[in-house]
Design a protein around this ligand. Sequence first.
Ligand SMILES: [Zn+2]
Length: 104
Amino acid sequence: MSKKWYQRRDEEMETCPICKNEFELGQMYEYRGSLACEDCIEEMREKRDIERAEVIEEQNFKTDRFKGLDMSESQIGKANRAILKSDIEIAKKESKRLKDYEGS
Ligand SMILES: [Zn+2]
């Protein structure tokens, strides 16, 4: 392989997901794990914030269903928890998803 090929590889180009233009990595901005060029970073910021709001809303919707339900150690509470076992598991997984998202 020629040396030139390696030199070309050194200039790492990233495609901006919004305008689809290519930029050197050093010229791009990052927001919550997503890259965008200088012109698009504001749009990316909005997009990521909307995505985040959607994840939170979705999660609230799922956990809202358990609100007001008897989840105690009483007979009814035990029955409720048994019935909703799979839903509770899903809600737990969703909150992990949000944590993973926040961490990125
Ligand atoms: Zn762009």
